[in-house]
Structures are given as C-alpha cells and as structure tokens.
Design a protein around this ligand. Structure first.
Ligand code: SAH
Length: 352
C-alpha cells in the first residue's frame, strides 16, 4: 500500500484537504483491504485510488495457523518475489515479524532465508502492507498489534531508507500510531546501518544478531563478519549507545557443540562488559532446524550457558520461537516459496 501514491491522486484531482486524513484513517485505522471499503470517500475517488494506489499490492499466496496461535502469511510482490510475515501471540498480546527484503544477501549458515539468496529489497509500502495484514488478523481476534520486529526475511539495515520510511508510517500518531519503542530492528551487523540508525530521531529498538563471541567462529556462521569483524562491530555499538543512550538487545542462537560452551558464555560476557557495560540484554534463542548441518543445544547445555551468563551478571532471557510446526519460526522463512517463485519467473520467461 503506497500511501504517497494515494496522496498524489488526491492532489492531482484537487480533492479537499480533509480527504488526506480520511485516506490515512481508512488505510491505517479501518484497515481496508480494498478501496471499496472506504465508504467515507466518493465512489469516483475510490475508483481512481484503486487504479493508481491499489489497497493491496502484495498477493497473498497462503496463510497457515500454528497450534500456538502463530499465523504465517506467504506473499508475493507484484513482480513475483516471495516473502513471509508472521503474526505471533503471547497471551493476548500480538506481535508481528516483518520481512524487509525478499531473500537475503548475507548467507548466514543457520538461516533458511540466507540459503535462498537475495531477491530484492521491499518498499515501505510493501512492508506496511504486511503490518496491515497482521492487524486485520489480530482484529479478527479482538486484538491489536503491540510490537513489530524486523526479524523476518532480509537484512533491514541494507534497506534502511525504506525500513525507516515504514517506521515513520507505523509510528505516525495520526495513523497506525505504534510507539517507536515498540518497533525493533534486528541486524546481522551491518555497520553503516547501525551508525545511520544512531543518527536518526525515532527511538527504535536495536537488536544485534551476535551468535558467536570470537571472529573465527562468527565468520564461519555469519560471512558478514569478514567484512565487519567483532572489534569494528562492538565499536559501532558503543557509538550507537553513546549517541542514543538506548539499550542494545543481543541475540545469541544456541548451537550444540558450536557456540554453547561455558567458556564461550564467558567470552561473550567479557565482550559485553567491555563494550556495552550496563547497556545490553541478551536474548538466547533456540535454533530452529533448517537444511543446515547444525543442531539446537540440549536443554542441559542451554541451562549451563544461562548459568554462566548469570554468574557474570549479564541480563538474559531465553526465547523459544513460535510456530515451528508451520515453518514460521526464526530462520525458517520461505525456502519453498522461493523455489516456487523462481519456477514461476522462469516459466514466464520461457513460455511453453
Ligand atoms: N538479518 C537480520 C534480521 C533477520 S533474522 C538479522 O540477522 O538480525 C532474525 C533473527 O533470527 C536473527 O537473530 C537470526 O540470526 C535468527 N535466526 C536465523 N536463523 C535461525 C534459526 N534457524 N533458528 C533460530 N534463529 C534464527
């Protein structure tokens, strides 16, 4: 949903000023899925909007609901790139996990999206539309979206302009009205993006996918570490904290026998005490199986790792991701969708 394109239609038709607000409210509050539903607008205007600024650009390819209440949507962009969006329920609170790109260029070893390669970055309108979908599903449960995490497909800091444009739309108090602190951006460690985030005014949350406390291991798991090794990354996080005074969320995926030894917890604690003293929170994540040759840590090893962090007074939370039974959990997004979309594009290029 490209709101700017909708406003352009209003301007070009010389519509009265109050129409801008009606359009914004129809999209972000009434959550229209089609301009026909925007009954505050005259019919000819609705038709013009449907033409130039379709209420839905993404094509919903399918929707699955998990036993735990998680709902995953598979979308395709108008030009055929697949993406996925996940609505999560924690009690009566709903959060949505959005994709910032179709596919991802960073190729982290444990991530299914990484294995599918890069498609393209999504526009702010395509990102907003995922939120509007989730808000409609939540509305069907008499609930609202409380939190947004940019933890679906893609590296949000490689698409920063559009991601920030989206955050502005989601945050607009006269629109969707989500607090900036309720929006989290997660990065594999794209330093230029971290510096750019530190310099902009919205008080967004920053999460950093660390997953290893030393360069040799981190490089193996996350090729981006070759470009931006840990000393540079930690220096960028220090700058971010100095500029914003905000806490940094550190994500650490526990992989059996790879990064889950007690010494590695100590190493992690050293790093965090040195560079983010009193200013971070570690989220330990269970590994969700992908095609990668890796295994989730056993519950005993997870407990040992947690205990080691506790001894070092590093605040931490263990997160179990939702929706694994429908491949909606962290790192599991869109392998199948990607294959199908590639086939579809190939078929279009080479008509039988
Ligand atoms: N590119 C961004 C955001 C997308 S990934 C980033 O790297 O942060 C969102 C989170 O899911 C990241 O912490 C990522 O490392 C984690 N993740 C990836 N694959 C996973 C898997 N198989 N199991 C659990 N978490 C995974």
């Amino acid at each position: 949903m490209d709101l700017e394109a909708a406003y352009t239609v209003l301007r070009e038709r010389g519509a009265p000023a109050y129409r801008v607000e009606q359009v914004r409210h129809a999209v972000t509050r009434d959550l229209i899925a089609s301009w026909d539903e925007a009954t505050t607008l005259p019919k000819d205007l609705r038709a013009a909007l449907a033409d130039a600024a379709p209420a839905t650009e993404l094509v919903l390819d399918g929707q699955q609901e998990s036993r735990d209440g998680t709902v995953k949507a598979r979308f395709a962009t108008a030009d055929g790139f697949p993406l996925e969006t996940v609505l999560m329920r924690h009690g009566d609170r709903h959060a949505v996990c959005l994709s910032s790109q179709s596919g991802c260029a960073l190729a982290c070893a444990f991530c299914a999206t990484g294995a599918m390669g890069f498609g393209r970055s999504l526009t702010r309108g395509e990102i907003l539309e995922q939120l509007l979908w989730a808000a409609r599903v939540a509305r069907g449960r008499d609930a609202r979206i409380r939190n947004v995490v940019m933890m679906g497909m893609g590296e949000p800091l490689q698409n920063l302009d559009e991601v920030l444009g989206f955050c502005g739309l989601a945050n607009d108090p006269d629109g969707f009205g989500l607090g900036a602190r309720s929006i989290a951006i997660s990065t594999a460690g794209w330093i230029p993006g971290i510096d750019a985030l530190a310099a902009q005014p919205l008080q967004l949350k920053l999460a950093i996918s660390l997953h290893a406390p030393d360069d040799a291991l981190r490089e193996r798991l996350m090729p981006v570490n070759r470009r931006y090794p840990l000393d540079q990354l930690m220096a960028a996080l220090r700058r971010y904290r100095a500029a914003t005074r905000r806490r940094v969320y550190v994500e650490y995926l526990l992989l059996e026998g790879v990064n889950d030894r007690a010494e590695q917890a100590d190493r992690l604690a050293d790093l965090l005490h040195e560079h983010l003293p009193g200013g971070c929170h570690v989220n330990l994540i269970w590994y969700n199986p992908t095609a990668a040759d890796l295994e989730a840590s056993s519950p005993e090893r997870v407990e040992r790792f947690r205990a080691a962090l506790d001894r070092r007074r590093i605040p931490q939370t263990l997160r179990r991701s939702k929706g694994a039974d429908i491949d909606a959990a962290c790192g599991q997004l869109a392998v199948r969708g990607a294959q199908e979309a590639r086939q579809r594009r190939r078929a279009e290029r080479e008509p039988a």
